[in-house]
Design a protein around this ligand. Sequence first.
Ligand SMILES: [Zn+2]
Length: 354
Amino acid sequence: MIKLPGLIDPHVHVREPGQTHKEDWDTATQSALAGGVTMILAMPNTKPPIFDAATLDLALTAAKQNARCDYAQFIGAGPDNSEAAASLTDKSAGLKMYLDSTFGELRLDDMTLWMPHFVNFPKDMPIVLHSESRTMAAGILFAAIYDRPVHIAHISLKEEVLLIKAAKERGIKVTCEVCPHHLFLSKDDIPAISYGHPGRGEVRPRLATKEDVEALWQNMDVIDCFATDHAPHTLEEKDSENPPPGFPGLETLLPLLLTAVSDSRLTIPNIIQKSAINPRKIFHLPEQPETWVEVDENASYEIHASDLHSRCGWSPFEGWKVKGRVTRVVLRGREAFKDGKFLVQPGYGQNVRA
Ligand SMILES: [Zn+2]
């Protein structure tokens, strides 16, 4: 048995409010606990998007009733809410800016719309950027010009990890996260994920080349956090004419990482650093007292969506053989999950910014 700290996932799409047929605070946090994650940071591209006090209240009310693990909620950057967003800093996980196209309505195409957010959002809190390739380079330039931290979401490309490395060496305040699907899958895997439905392979950023994947592994010391970008959509939606991008991932993160440990590609201290210590530091998150995760590092099994707790009902890792199972999760002194059963009710989760 290995004992780990409760993991923090800084990038989760809970889908509540507004799209609870995909997921809600209860099912998302069940997936979290079953995956050894005791704190999630929720993204703001819900319906409606979370961009002011009223919409933040909507998300936090749902979370308070339904969450089984601890959480905080991001505010989304819109074209004219920089002052409202800044005024909600203490109540939010941070500010999320969508600078490239993805699922949902929040997107800022014009750099004049980025500027007020970089000016107004408090400088001790990171701004999280969905920014790919050259847009990411622009985001890092903004961090340098405005002398403030940015956190780059879900890096996937060799050029991205190399530029972040160079920016860090120059002292620019940039941190980054990588998702399990960009570490364990490349675009060559899309046919195997798709089962004849190409929409299942859609994710933003897209799955990259094997060379990109290899560059992420080679530069593991540049990567600050593991984040799932858990983005559930139903199979019906994924297999439709207009498949929305996104993969579920909360519950499969730790088994995949433990399998990489078993294959000598990662170490347990790597997992603790990137899934607990660094996210806590970057997002100024509180300690969770009397909180830990027990895993059976020798348990070998196959991932099947039918065993997972996300409402979306599928996984891009279907059929993968993994080694390492979460057997018990203790959250703030209470057994929250044990041998496949949830022992805390919806509402046990706490807002860590309350
Ligand atoms: Zn996302």
